[in-house]
Design a protein around this ligand. Structure first.
Ligand code: FE
Length: 240
């Protein structure tokens, strides 16, 4: 018999990665969600667990409808960050993103989509920090040819769960700096943390995906450089 509670026991649970979007009273919102699950085949039903503090929660509660985009495995962190870390209350997540309006009126994100579907809520359950929306699927179609992204793949891309995610791990707040030969150049330079998503800019690593060489001080980053995880600009960063 075992006793005690090691929260790590939950870490290997598998998930996917989705955009859940909704609209109400001509306002639209969407967010990253890892907890979308099919619960019945015929008739097709799903559930989505959404944090009570999120704007999308407010919209689904009001309209009792939502749309889901199953993201493909090539979805860049910046796209996930756009929908995952910033609030739709003060930031238009859909600007410049390819969407269509579904039969429910919800905006459906088509970029990086493997498939999309819409659902109408028939019941809810209280799940602590989250509400579980139980819903009938009312439309759906395949969009892309690629494979869906798993939550484990997202984590391997240096992705972190925002505090509002059911899978948020407090222990991840401080990650040890990664190794590598290029480190030495950036050694002694200050690390900066993104106030929006928690990404840490380490001069020793630079940001190679954005063309920033290892050894580049934060102060020397171009003015148009943005957080590779959430898209926040330099003004949103603080010294660590
Ligand atoms: Fe960020």
């Amino acid at each position: 018999m075992s006793d005690g509670m090691d929260v790590k026991a939950l870490w290997p649970v598998s998930y996917g990665l989705y955009v859940v979007s909704s609209c109400a009273d001509e306002k639209a919102g969407g967010q990253i969600c890892n907890t979308v699950i099919q619960t019945s085949a015929d008739p097709p039903k799903v559930l989505a667990a959404i944090n009570k503090q999120n704007y999308t929660h407010e919209l689904i509660s009001a309209s009792r409808m939502f749309a889901v985009t199953v993201l493909d495995e090539d979805t860049p962190l910046s796209f996930i960050g756009r929908f995952g870390f910033r609030s739709g209350r003060d930031f238009d997540k859909f600007e410049g993103v390819e969407t269509e309006t579904g039969m429910t009126g919800c905006p459906i994100v088509l970029e990086h989509a493997v498939s999309v579907f819409e659902a109408k809520v028939y019941d809810t359950a209280d799940a602590g920090t989250h509400t579980i929306f139980l819903a009938d699927v009312v439309s759906g179609r395949m969009v892309g040819e690629r494979k869906p992204m798993t939550y484990a793949q997202y984590h391997d891309m240096k992705g972190r769960a925002p505090k509002a995610a059911p899978t948020y791990r407090a222990e991840e707040e401080k990650e040890p700096p990664s190794g590598g030969a290029a480190r030495e150049k950036g050694e002694g330079m200050k690390r900066y943390v993104c106030n929006v998503c928690g990404y840490v800019y380490d001069p020793a690593d630079g940001d190679p995906d954005s063309g920033i060489e290892p050894g580049t001080a934060f102060e020397d980053l171009p003015d148009d450089w943005v957080c590779p995880v959430c898209g926040a600009d330099k003004s949103e960063f603080s010294p660590e």
